[in-house]
Design a protein around this ligand. Structure first.
Ligand code: AMP
Length: 123
């Protein structure tokens, strides 16, 4: 079971309303909220409401409606946060190698400053 979902993860608890969040936007399938430890002036997390562990899980198993909505919300967040012109980065960490801390799919939308290179060159 590569993608067994743990419904006690912190984003599942946010979705159930058990802990608060700073919502940027919400739709039937998707929630966007501010990261609690922002790494840039704009740092918004976009998550599907369904129980998906990571990006490939979602991309392979979510409905077309969920995927379309999630993608659209990411675009709306870029627009609402005013990062379209200057640029931004979206990141989705997955699993151990990707250093994913919360096992519910999330995309980080980062912007508001120069973000540097994506990765350090491999040594
Ligand atoms: P990742 O390492 O990609 O799994 O990122 C998890 C992100 O979730 C980190 O950037 C955390 O700062 C963020 N985070 C953890 N708990 C919360 C929370 N309660 N509200 C908002 N962001 C959170």
């Amino acid at each position: 079971m590569p993608h067994a979902y743990d419904d006690q993860n912190i984003f599942a608890r946010i979705l159930r309303g058990e802990i608060p969040n700073d919502t940027v936007m919400e739709t039937d399938h998707t929630l966007a909220f501010r990261d609690i430890q922002p790494q840039a002036p704009v740092h918004v997390l976009v998550i599907p409401k369904g129980p998906y562990v990571c990006y490939d899980h979602f991309a392979l198993e979510a409905s077309d409606a969920e995927i379309a909505d999630f993608t659209r919300v990411i675009g709306e967040v870029c627009k609402m946060e005013g990062v379209q012109e200057a640029g931004y980065r979206i990141i989705s960490n997955a699993g151990e190698a990707g250093v994913q801390e919360v096992p519910h799919l999330h995309v980080h939308v980062l912007g508001g400053r120069g973000l540097g290179r994506m990765l350090q060159p491999a040594r």
